[in-house]
Design a protein around this ligand. Structure first.
Ligand code: NDP
Ligand code: A1CAB
Length: 272
């Protein structure tokens, strides 16, 4: 029997996951609630049934899981609409991807005995290459954990953690991480253009280089550190560039500061 998934919020992250789910042959039956019409239509075209709000969910649609993909700032206004699905004969799993919002805060808005999984995904989920890190509360059954795994595997690699306290740092590394890499691609493209290359060609070089390097790092038995050394000829061009990146640990320091700032913001979102 196909599993029924209710997706609340189909913006950047909700749609990235939806694409991963619908492109698989898992046969999920997915209903999307999304107030913004263009995003709703986009979800329907991808293969989901849709409604503008909770009242538009078909009466016979009893969800196995409710995936909450609204902004952290509105989640506590949205959750009470779905309380009804937390209890009764077929209690649904609540799977939230909201940054900073704890399982306890979700229980408070839904039901103290609700099954809740807090997940930190990332947008490469859209092509099945996401990193999906999950923490399950005590009320989550083995079957619900399995369902979450089955669903999220369609979006990428799944990891369960036992310490929810790690979630803020997870958010700062893999949740926000794609943006850091996209920014690096932008920076390398711009630097190539500054060095005299036509802009389009510089962008092509930057993109293929990041893609190729990521695939090599992923598939190689060597560590990233060894792979870096293999590119770096003594007194060559790479060494000249790495003197800038590593001379005073500049890039590593900057990345550490950025990750600390994102971690602090995740903690603050949970307190707001
Ligand atoms: N973007 C990312 O890379 C990641 C995001 N996340 C988390 O995912 C969540 C969503 O982020 P993101 O997709 O970027 O945000 P978006 O703003 O793109 O998407 C959220 C969507 O939810 C809609 N929405 C608002 N209220 C309701 C409601 N009552 N019912 C249903 N839908 C509603 C919004 O509509 P409207 O705009 O009209 O209000 C919007 O379209 C956040 O909690 C974020 O922390 C986690 C990991 C990565
Ligand atoms: O920027 C944000 O708050 C969300 C969470 C992780 C990625 N995007």
């Amino acid at each position: 029997m196909s599993r029924r998934i209710l997706l609340i919020g189909c913006g950047n992250m909700g749609f990235a996951m939806l694409k991963g789910w619908l492109s698989s042959d898992a046969g999920f039956d997915i209903h999307v609630v999304e107030p913004a019409e263009p995003l709703r239509i986009r979800a329907r075209e991808a293969g989901a049934s849709i409604s503008r709000d909770r009242d538009g969910i078909p009466a016979d649609f009893v969800p196995d899981a409710i995936v909450i993909a609204v902004k952290p700032q509105v989640i506590h206004a949205v959750l009470p609409d779905y309380k009804v699905f937390a209890t009764g004969g077929h209690p649904a799993l609540f799977l939230s991807v909201a940054a900073g919002i704890s399982t306890q805060a979700i229980e408070t808005s839904v039901d103290k005995d609700a099954a809740v999984i807090r997940c930190m995904p990332n947008t490469p989920a859209a092509i099945g290459e996401g990193m999906m890190v999950c923490y399950a509360n005590r009320a989550t059954t083995a079957g619900q954990r399995e369902l979450a795994g089955e669903l999220l595997r369609r979006s990428g690699k799944v990891a369960f953690i036992d310490d929810e306290g790690m979630m803020d740092a997870v958010t700062a590394v893999s949740g926000s991480g794609p943006a850091y890499l996209f920014h690096f691609i932008e920076a390398l493209s711009q630097a190539g253009a500054k060095a005299g290359l036509p802009e389009d060609f510089a962008s092509e070089l930057a993109l293929q280089t990041v893609y190729g390097a990521a695939r090599l790092a992923f598939s190689s038995a060597d560590t990233p550190s060894t792979l870096r050394q293999q590119v770096t000829s003594p007194n060559g061009t790479t060494a000249a560039a790495l003197d800038v990146f590593m001379g005073k640990s500049e890039l590593a320091d900057l990345v550490a500061k950025a990750v600390a700032a994102a971690t602090a913001r995740s903690i603050a979102l949970g307190k707001a």
